[in-house]
Design a protein around this ligand. Structure first.
Ligand SMILES: CC(C)(COP(=O)(O)OP(=O)(O)OC[C@H]1O[C@@H](n2cnc3c(N)ncnc32)[C@H](O)[C@@H]1OP(=O)(O)O)[C@@H](O)C(=O)NCCC(=O)NCCS
Length: 175
């Protein structure tokens, strides 16, 4: 990965971060990523989502990683949802792994994934689970040692309304 990229676990998400994270989310949805949103992807929808995430971080329910260029521009992000039912305290969900199209294929996704796993382990998690509708992401998780465990057809919609399947993965985190 480029030396100029720093991965940070955001302790607070302020206005600057909300703007930068929204840029990344909008770009990914406009690029066709199935990550909960449909077209047209507006800044209002993106900022509302990140404000919800910001409050959730403040409550200690999730971790948010950001990949930043030396200029401070956010080009990628990933989350670990810590808050789980009381019978699954050891488990977390990996979610919203997003890299801006201009910054892809430089190892930022791999660096975010490794940092998310380390942060989850530090938070006491020993098992992570995720689902994805992206072939690019499937290769990333496979390289990272994640175990593919099944595919559900027609699970969600792509941003343009086309049905798409989703594949589930898990990984045990070792010290
Ligand atoms: C999936 C995603 C996060 C990957 O991000 P990324 O930063 O491009 O990931 P990486 O750079 O680590 O790896 C991507 C590819 O670049 C290659 N690569 C990494 N560093 C490289 C370098 N320095 N030079 C050339 N290639 C490189 C990797 O080997 C990988 O190759 P592959 O496509 O053949 O598997 C990104 O494509 C994305 O945001 N997609 C849209 C959102 C989405 O669907 N997210 C998944 C939700 S679960």
């Amino acid at each position: 990965m480029s030396d100029a990229i720093e991965i940070r676990c955001l302790q607070t998400i302020g206005e600057r971060e909300i703007r930068g994270l929204s840029d990344v989310l909008i770009d990914c949805v406009e690029g066709g990523a199935s990550v909960s949103f449909m077209l047209p992807m507006t800044r209002a929808k993106a900022e509302a989502f990140w404000r919800h995430v910001s409050a959730s971080v403040a409550r200690g329910e999730r971790l948010v990683l950001a990949a930043e260029e030396a200029s401070g521009r956010i080009v990628g992000t990933a989350q670990v949802i810590l808050a789980q039912p009381e019978n699954q305290p050891h488990r977390g969900d990996l979610a919203k792994m997003l890299v801006h199209r201009q910054a892809r294929r430089r190892g930022i996704g791999a660096a975010l994934l490794a940092a998310a796993e380390r942060s989850a382990r530090s938070a006491g998690k020993t098992l992570l689970v995720l689902d994805t509708a992206s072939d690019d992401a499937e290769r990333l998780y496979g390289r990272g040692g994640w175990q593919r465990c099944g595919h559900v057809p027609d699970y969600a919609l792509l941003p343009d309304g086309t049905p798409c399947g989703t594949t589930f993965y898990f990984k045990f985190l070792r010290d």
